[in-house]
Design a protein around this ligand. Sequence first.
Ligand SMILES: [Cu+2]
Length: 122
Amino acid sequence: MAQAARIGSAAALAAAVAAVAVAGPAAGAADWTVHTYTAAFQPDTLTVAVGDSVTWVNETPARHLLQFSGDPTGAGAAGVQVGLARAPYVMTVRAPGRFPYRCPIHAMYAVLVVAPGAGGGN
Ligand SMILES: [Cu+2]
């Protein structure tokens, strides 16, 4: 009984590992960082590829908002809005396009440009 359960777990684990290998980030996917300062995003224009990840890091004690026009994640939202406090915010981009965003609290503006991925991985 216990032996069968262990074999079952091993098979499930192997399946999970295989699934991750198939569904994981596309080869060559890059990670980018945008720093959020008192009155500006740095860089204020960032061009990435579909499948890349972008991390926003808040370098100030103040809370900021990331208010996007459109949805770079490809989930289809009319606009993505995220509060940026102490913890970084990580987004995997899945939708090609030009996505302006702002922090309305501090009148900060920036643009995320998502180029279509070479592998068509979206
Ligand atoms: Cu702000």
